[in-house]
Design a protein around this ligand. Sequence first.
Ligand SMILES: [Zn+2]
Length: 237
Amino acid sequence: MEEKIRSIVISGKDYKEKYKQIVLFSLEKGKINAILRGVKSPNAKLKFAKELFCFGDYIIVDGKAGSVITSCEPIDTFFDITKNYENYACGAMILEIVNCVTVYNEPNPALFLECLKALKILAYEDVKPEYVAVKFLVSIFEGLGYQLSLNKCSCCGGPFVNKRFLNLDSGEITCLGCKAPNSIEITSVVHSVLRILSSTDYEKLHTLKLAENSEKQTLNILLQNFEQRFSKKLKLF
Ligand SMILES: [Zn+2]
């Protein structure tokens, strides 16, 4: 049976001599593996459809060896992301995060939309990629039940007045009084960067100018949290 699925290529590897096995994150079916035949020759019609970030309507057919892609109508290849190393690294990290937090055949339209918005900003807006990565990660934690407490201590519910800490065991932010043993301190600057980025729409990120390096410190904290939650180390770019 032939099916049309709206998808983004999140990973790919060589498969047999002339095939590519790619991982699609689709709106309709969530994450799926699919095979592209004969796309390694320079003249192959569907060459573009194997590239990371490619977003389009993929036609797949179920075969003996799994889903096979028979055609693809591109919507956006997000080629512009590859023009700058940092944007590319950030985009690749976003795809890696999606691949890590999703399971096969379980649709997640909210994550699909969030991923597309982030890639669009990386490709077409002049925004520090760290801003996009921080915003994306905050939404990932929220979507998966590890919401970061930005205004009140997650433990006692009190306001943050002195120091604040990220509990690496639970992924929650607490005040000094509620600090758990396995915690790292979050500076008030990092905490406010989290607050600002999470409450600013992707389309408005280009208007922000945060303190120098604060975005790198914030991303670093979130990557530690990600590693603790999902046992996956991501590289800071
Ligand atoms: Zn507290």
